[in-house]
Design a protein around this ligand. Sequence first.
Ligand SMILES: C[S@@+](CC[C@H](N)C(=O)[O-])C[C@H]1O[C@@H](n2cnc3c(N)ncnc32)[C@H](O)[C@@H]1O
Length: 306
Amino acid sequence: MTKNKNTKTSQIHIPVMSDKVLETLNPKRGEAYLDLTAGYGGHANQVLERTLELKKAVLVDRDQMAIDQLAEKFQGSGIRIIHKDFLNAAKELLQEKRTFDIVLADLGVSSPHLNTASRGFSFRYDAPLDMRMDQRQELTADYVVNTYKQKELEAILREYGEEPKARQIASLLVENRPIYTTTKLAEIVAQAWPGYSRVHPATRTFQALRIAVNDELRLVKETLPIMVKLLAPGGRLAIITFHSLEDRIVKRYFSGVAGDRYDTDIRLLTKKPIIPSQNELVLNPRSRSAKLRAVAKIKNKKKGDA
Ligand SMILES: C[S@@+](CC[C@H](N)C(=O)[O-])C[C@H]1O[C@@H](n2cnc3c(N)ncnc32)[C@H](O)[C@@H]1O
């Protein structure tokens, strides 16, 4: 389906639960595919190998690096690539009255995000505090850490990082300003957790800042209803989440609108979230917190249904 390229290791992204994604979405020849987080095209490639319908496919990502790789990978195929966040891309497609048989959103960051030091997503490397998924955006982690009020930082850490020491860490951050680098930030956070073992205590702070900088939860919440609207009758929508905050939003939305209490036109394909196999966890540790949930749009709604 795509050209063979010499991809740098930092740019390799292994698609998560790809066999389960295919089983759930069950792509068929001729179907239209929308990938709202196309990344490095791993899932897209596998779905498109089954639909064999490139001209009806749309791939979305907000990261320039991902967009460049997608453009190279699918060069000359006629596939449409949209460089936008998925809320704006979904609104654009809705306005065009497009519908899709298969919609996928594999949320969060990619391995190249985490492995490219200069992006500032990881404290494994010493780098400026950036954390923007879309490099055109103005708000960076540096701005958040160095200018937000202590109370705002505390709320971000508590809400998006579920950090038990949010108040203490927010106070340490304000006391130690300016903080320009990932490693300095990690060192300061570690002061709140002396003698920690196993997981580095800065993990929750980094997650919280990343979610805040990229406005991740609002985008998921606001795009979910549009994702459903973009489904053709019989269409399938799958979402892979990587932390409980995201998963909760997807679970509530799917069970709310798909439950008996509501007159809607979708049904759950996954009663419980699908999780990676032991084998996958060993091969791709990044998959460890992944959860896959899916719904399908009912083909023939009864007369009088909402
Ligand atoms: C986990 S990776 C997806 C990998 C992809 N499924 C693959 O197989 O290569 C998530 C991707 O979604 C993008 N992304 C995250 N949130 C987004 C959003 N709100 N709008 C558009 N793209 C987003 C990130 O830039 C990243 O490239």
